[in-house]
Design a protein around this ligand. Structure first.
Ligand SMILES: *Cc1c(COP(=O)(O)O)cnc(C)c1O
Length: 236
């Protein structure tokens, strides 16, 4: 029997309403806030349902899993983003599958992406992932490590850096979460000052903490469970 997936549309409507409410509360235009629906572990039929409900960008965190679904859904004009940690040996595949990689988290990966971009004769669009929480389990550059070696990144001609990404700390303490997002916002300002890059995107906020991310300036939200799970409950 075919599963009833109409709840995905309802989830999406609720998410849109929440985004609009929070945005207007802090004087932002909700139209400037894009949602990446993170579909890891979710099969193609769910993604199709989300697309039909109006979601345009799908995020994945495994190259192999994404490859299969991108093939299955090749008839739909979905924009695919890589949001999870990318191993350097998967860079070659990733640049062909994704229009934006949110997770440039190591210099070795930057070299690899640059190399693949050069081969293809085009710039690879990326966001720089920072570890803003200090949690050792999280990927991402540490601030000082990154800025000390900024010239490495600046010399790579085949990567196009469009902004910054972070994953909020795993906690129910809203102040700690907010601090991490504020840190990313400030890192963007500092990086713009040093490089004159534009950096239009701030990718932060997931199912449980996206309202805080909106308040702190996010314009790419990465939402998984709140869209794809039935009866998802926010705990913070
Ligand atoms: C899974 C995942 C998300 C979405 O997480 P939810 O809490 O389910 O919204 C966002 N970003 C990354 C990098 C992820 O791996």
């Amino acid at each position: 029997m075919k599963e009833d997936l109409s709840y995905i549309r309802e989830n999406w409507e609720k998410v849109r309403e929440k985004i609009e409410k929070v945005a207007s509360r802090v004087g932002r235009d909700a139209k400037e806030i894009k949602v990446v629906a993170v579909a890891k572990g979710v099969s193609s039929s769910y993604i199709k349902e989300a697309f039909l409900a109006g979601i345009k960008i799908i995020g994945e965190n495994r190259v192999q899993e994404a490859e299969k679904k991108i093939k299955e859904l090749s008839n739909l004009p979905i924009e695919w983003h890589m949001v999870g940690h990318l191993q350097t040996n998967k860079a070659k595949k990733a640049v062909k599958l994704f229009s934006l990689i949110h997770s440039l988290d190591k210099f070795s990966l930057a070299y690899e992406l640059n190399k693949e971009g050069e081969k293809l004769g085009r710039k690879i669009k990326v966001l720089i992932q920072f570890n803003t929480s200090g949690e050792s389990s999280k990927f991402g550059f540490k601030e000082d490590e990154f800025f000390k070696n900024l010239d490495i990144i600046m010399n790579l001609k085949y990567i196009d850096i469009l902004g910054l990404m972070t994953i909020g700390p795993l906690t129910t303490d809203k102040n700690l979460i907010r601090l991490a997002f504020k840190r990313l916002y400030k890192l963007r300002e500092k990086l713009i000052e040093e490089t004159k890059w534009e950096l239009p995107y701030l990718s932060m906020g997931m199912s449980e903490d996206f309202p805080i991310a909106i308040e702190e300036g996010a314009n790419l939200l990465r939402l998984g469970r709140i869209i794809f799970l039935k009866d998802f409950e926010v705990r913070i």
